[in-house]
Design a protein around this ligand. Structure first.
Ligand code: PLP
Length: 623
């Protein structure tokens, strides 16, 4: 299992068990427990929960909330910071009811609150029993209905803060507050000049679409003063962008935000909270460096940098330390879910079987065969060029009608056989060019997988997000093939061809040869953030089955929540079909065929049963 780099990206979370399966490590007061992931999968399947399954581990949500809060508390203590940390979970990162309920439950000892960016998210937050000490932060563009709800919710004991995102929003808030005679708790979202690197760079800097520029900030302050509402301004917000790769960006931006904070207080705003938004990243590759899919810091460093930067600026300005708020979404939920799916079929691309070429075979075929006689590490590039040339020659001859299908098939088979030989030669210690490496990688097998990239891993498709993906069994056997994964949609984009391995990112995944009928499964880790509601219905593959488990200190697990994936009828309804009408229309056609005697009564029964079972069944491949 060492080839997959589990020790790097999965340290303390996963390990390879003696039986070759992957073990899931959970941490309990009594000490760590290990649970066999393949056993969990089988046990779910025995209950009738079929692959693909999104598996949520509730323990992970709890341990991440403890981890983030614990690290802030430690930094505050170490640096003698004179105020608290008060986190909020941004609902948009995972809105699923069961996730939000668990976050509120596990977060309550820390007065962990919620952040919302839309009316539906506000409704979600208002249906939770948050304590008065917890914050309910309202970001996003707000209409008067949103503002009314936010204002009125304060009467229920919610600590709702309306963050002003624009100048026009300010006027709306003033109007509604006066109408309802409720003093609002306000925040102001500022735009920083500092730009970050990474996938979300455009969320930062002065061209970002979000937040107020310094002239607008001043305008808001002046208007609040003029209207007698400046005493309502309690919070200053900014958000750098998600998955910030470089800790220096966190430090610089926090320092810049603090300068605004100090100045706003000087203007008379009684700011109590400094909200630094999201951005705490996940080390998806385990490389621990500043790249799109990795980060060069730990949670401890992140907390220390923030607390220290705020403390220093406040101390320099002689101001009291504010309550520090962050809106860490990804870092809270990404670890808690994984996608489990099975392999349906395999297309092997490098054929080890030799092809017999006779002396009376066509010339390019004979030339191709002879390449094997000079195949050495030093002449690898030449051999690759030659076999490609001869194969293309046969392809051209086929196109011109000069070669038949049998010659073409021979050429293709021989090509793969020689590529396979070259791959073995390439494993010698001698240097090989990148060209050759890419060409050899390009003939990796295709493993056809039972999931939809567009539904379950949208960021892999849209922004080349990397997640560790590994087989969950046979990790004590050497994987002898290299493959890319092709999903179940009929879209050439529905493939995964970038993998996190121990020695870096690779364009193919080491994988085992499957035996006849083997149920071989893979897991995609760290998919708890953003993926579930970004996913779409491409090819009408719907939501997968979702199982939430809680692992006990002895390693056994309880299934604490289950959501059945979409049925075909459900996804058809999303696109405005009426399954009953469809069924009736199909039945009418079947009946016509019966009356014309082209269908027997028995066939009619079989056909209608298959139609109905499909409608009520899973959208994915079923065994
Ligand atoms: N807060 C705001 C305003 C956001 O826009 C986002 C997401 O981009 C977040 C918090 C969550 O960020 P992250 O998931 O990086 O913690």
């Amino acid at each position: 299992g060492a080839i997959y780099g589990i020790e790097r990206w999965g340290k303390g979370q996963f390990e390879v068990l003696d039986n070759g399966n992957i073990g899931l490590i959970t941490h309990h007061e009594q000490g760590p427990a290990t649970t066999d992931l393949t056993e969990i999968l089988h046990s779910l399947e025995e209950r009738g929960i079929a692959s693909p399954i999104l598996l949520r581990v509730a323990n992970s949500l709890k341990s991440r909330i403890d981890h983030i809060n614990g690290n802030f508390q430690a930094a505050i203590k170490d640096l003698d910071y004179k105020a608290e940390y008060r986190g909020v979970f941004p609902v948009k990162v995972n809105q699923q009811a069961h996730v939000i309920e668990k976050i509120v439950e596990y977060g309550s000892p820390y007065h962990y609150g919620l952040e919302v960016g839309s009316k539906p998210e506000l409704i979600i937050a208002l249906s939770q029993r948050l304590s008065v000490e917890s914050l309910l932060i309202c970001n996003g563009i707000k209409d008067s209905e949103f503002i009314n709800l936010a204002l009125l919710s304060r009467k229920l004991g919610f600590n709702t803060i309306i963050v002003l995102e624009s100048v026009s929003e300010l006027e709306l808030v003033l109007k509604e507050s006066k109408k309802l005679k409720i003093r609002p708790a306000l925040g102001i979202r500022i735009k920083l000049n500092n730009r970050i690197t990474g996938n979300w760079a455009s969320s930062s800097g002065d061209r970002s679409a979000f937040g107020l520029s310094s002239p607008d900030v001043l305008h808001v302050v002046d208007r609040l003063k003029a209207e007698g509402f400046l005493d309502c301004l309690q919070l200053q917000h900014f958000h750098l962008g998600s998955q910030v790769p470089d800790i220096l960006d966190v430090r610089r931006s926090t320092a810049e935000a603090c300068r605004y904070f100090v100045e706003l207080r000087k203007e008379g705003a009684p700011l109590q909270y400094i909200d630094l938004g999201g951005g705490l990243g996940i080390d998806y590759t385990g490389e621990h460096k500043s790249t799109e899919n990795s980060i060069n810091y730990t949670t401890g460093e992140y907390c220390n940098n923030i607390v220290e930067a705020v403390k220093n600026t406040m101390d320099d300005a002689g101001q009291a330390h504010p309550i520090i708020v962050t809106e860490s979404g990804r870092a809270t939920v990404a670890y808690s879910s994984m996608l489990l799916f099975n392999i349906l079929d395999v297309t092997h691309y490098n054929d080890d079987a030799d092809v017999e070429i006779k002396d009376d075979d066509a010339r390019p075929l004979r030339d191709m065969r002879d390449v094997a006689s000079y195949l050495t590490p030093a002449r690898l590039q030449e051999c690759l060029n030659d076999v490609t040339f001869y194969r293309d020659e046969v392809r051209r001859n086929f196109g011109r009608g000069e070669s038949g299908l049998r010659d073409l098939a021979k050429a293709e088979k021989l090509y793969l056989h020689l590529i396979s030989k070259m791959r073995k030669v390439a494993q010698s210690d001698e240097w090989i060019s990148e060209d050759v490496e890419t060409a050899l990688e390009a003939t990796a097998d295709i493993y056809h997988a039972n999931f939809s990239l567009f539904q379950s891993l949208p960021d892999v498709w849209a922004i080349d997000q990397l997640h560790p993906i590994i087989p969950i069994q046979r990790l004590n056997e050497e994987p002898t093939r290299r493959a890319i994964l092709s999903d179940i949609t009929c879209d050439s984009d529905g493939k995964v061809d970038q993998f996190v391995l121990a020695d870096g990112i690779s364009s193919s995944l080491p994988i085992h040869v499957l035996s006849e009928g083997e149920h071989y499964s893979l897991a995609v880790f760290f998919v708890g953030a953003y993926q579930e509601t970004l996913g779409d219905l491409h090819n009408l593959f719907g939501d997968t089955n979702v199982a939430t488990i809680e692992i006990q200190p002895d390693g056994d697990f309880n299934l604490i929540h289950e959501v059945e994936g979409d049925t075909i009828a459900e996804v058809l309804r999303y696109v405005e079909y009426d399954p009953l009408a469809m069924s009736n229309s199909f039945k009418a056609m079947v009946e016509e065929a019966v009356s014309k005697k082209s269908l027997t009564l028995k066939e009619r029964k079989t056909m209608m049963t298959a139609f109905k079972e499909s409608l009520n069944g899973y959208t994915y491949f079923e065994h």
